[in-house]
Design a binder for this molecule. Sequence first.
Ligand SMILES: [Zn+2]
Ligand SMILES: [Zn+2]
Ligand SMILES: [Zn+2]
Length: 117
Amino acid sequence: MTPPPLDRPAVLGAVVDDMTRCVHYRGPTDIIAIRFACCGDYYPCHRCHEEAAGHPAEQWAPEQHDTAAILCGACGHELTIAEYFAVTACPRCAAPFNERCALHRDLYFQTEPLAGP
Ligand SMILES: [Zn+2]
Ligand SMILES: [Zn+2]
Ligand SMILES: [Zn+2]
């Protein structure tokens, strides 16, 4: 495996190519990696994290949505969570993102604000 270029963060887990596809999700548009709130590391998917991290995943809280936590595997651009929610393709290289990821968004992000006092 060739090491990633220095200007992009390392992606852990069962990565199968340099566009951050993994053994679980490797369709044409499965090209993003997600930084996990618990450890701050990028993984291609929640199953990679589950298998490799050795601890339960934590989800990003709504007030953390300005954190850069999405990596475009095509060009290495990092998006904030809020930016990612607003687009269906990479704003830098225009590579389309897998819209089905929205179906399991709650594995990565708290989508409802916690009930406050
Ligand atoms: Zn973690
Ligand atoms: Zn995976
Ligand atoms: Zn890109």
